[in-house]
Write a protein that binds this ligand. Sequence first.
Ligand SMILES: NC(=O)c1ccc[n+]([C@@H]2O[C@H](COP(=O)([O-])OP(=O)(O)OC[C@H]3O[C@@H](n4cnc5c(N)ncnc54)[C@H](O)[C@@H]3O)[C@@H](O)[C@H]2O)c1
Length: 361
Amino acid sequence: MALDPRGSADDVRVSREDLQGYVREIFSAAGCGEREAGLIAEHLVLANLLGHDSHGVSLIKLYVRMVREGKINLDQRVSQVMDAGSLLTLDASRGFGQALGHEAMQIGIERARQQGSVILALRNSHHLARIGHWAEMCAEAGLVSIHFVNVLHAVPTVAPYAGSDARLNTNPFAIGVPRADKPPMILDFATSRVAQGKMRIAMNRGVQAPEGYLLDASGQPSVDPSVVYRSPLGALLPFGEHKGAGLGFMCDMLAGALSGAGTLHEGHMEQDVYINNMLSIIIDPQRLGGMENWCSEVEAGAAYVKASPPRAGMGPVLVPGELEQSVAQQRALDGIPVDRETWQSILDAAQQVGVGLPSFV
Ligand SMILES: NC(=O)c1ccc[n+]([C@@H]2O[C@H](COP(=O)([O-])OP(=O)(O)OC[C@H]3O[C@@H](n4cnc5c(N)ncnc54)[C@H](O)[C@@H]3O)[C@@H](O)[C@H]2O)c1
């Protein structure tokens, strides 16, 4: 949905470096070790830089509350549940997704380099946040990756196709494709019309949702973003009708059932906990058809698609990840816009863990 990536005149504007430093300070004070606090800060602020404000610093308040309530285990390392060479299951012990996801991807990248590919299931992680982050890590290592994610223990937020109440979650899906001399192509989305957090940002900004995104608690269409935050809860609709709903359902099967963590149903609902499970397939293109052929075919296919003349009022035609790259260039120049409500929530979270006001605003 069209939330302006430039933000509004009322926003607080912060450089990536300043914001990352302050976020690191908050999570250090909340009890995270230096490595973990650094990875959380890097992940959240990069999400903002790329324009995904729903998965950036607006999550700090929630994360700090969950740390204080003992719902996230600090400074965990992955443990190996099963290792069959090309198949690997890791458990994250309900630790911070930003740190455990990073460690799991490092292991997956090493294994894919050794063997050509790996199927890696990471289970029992706290929020893995922006899933494209993990596809980017693989792409930076020259590897193609596909990631299916489910959300457990949180209450359902997405209605199945033709359903009138929430029975699924926003189960995201991502594919990363490395390129020779350009940023990778990253397809990364929630299987709902948009990520739930975009409704939180819309609420903060006083913006209505477009038609066709939401149902209210009685199963009727709504444009009020608060229906997925305030009781009685409504639902987000899936993207692409039966196709998006089907992909979201299969994310639950692949990330939930194959990882051994479980799928979403009454047996896996705990109030106020947010667990992600992820099934990642990581492939070395060098070992499948050679890097030269891979790079030339990727570029030829991308150029052909991008040459489509834009329809009236639309365009330019972009490949996955291109929009985020242009938002990042703009935000690197102008600063990252943070809406006032989110900014206040960050200051409140900082105060709760004994961190003072930042010096840069
Ligand atoms: N951890 C979790 O549980 C969880 C759950 C849901 C979503 N998420 C994350 O939320 C974030 C946002 O998801 P979303 O569904 O709101 O994303 P979105 O609707 O903004 O879609 C983003 C994808 O669409 C592409 N795209 C956007 N505009 C385009 C255009 N004009 N032309 C071509 N491609 C275009 C982007 O490059 C990107 O790949 C994602 O990073 C996702 O991983 C996480």
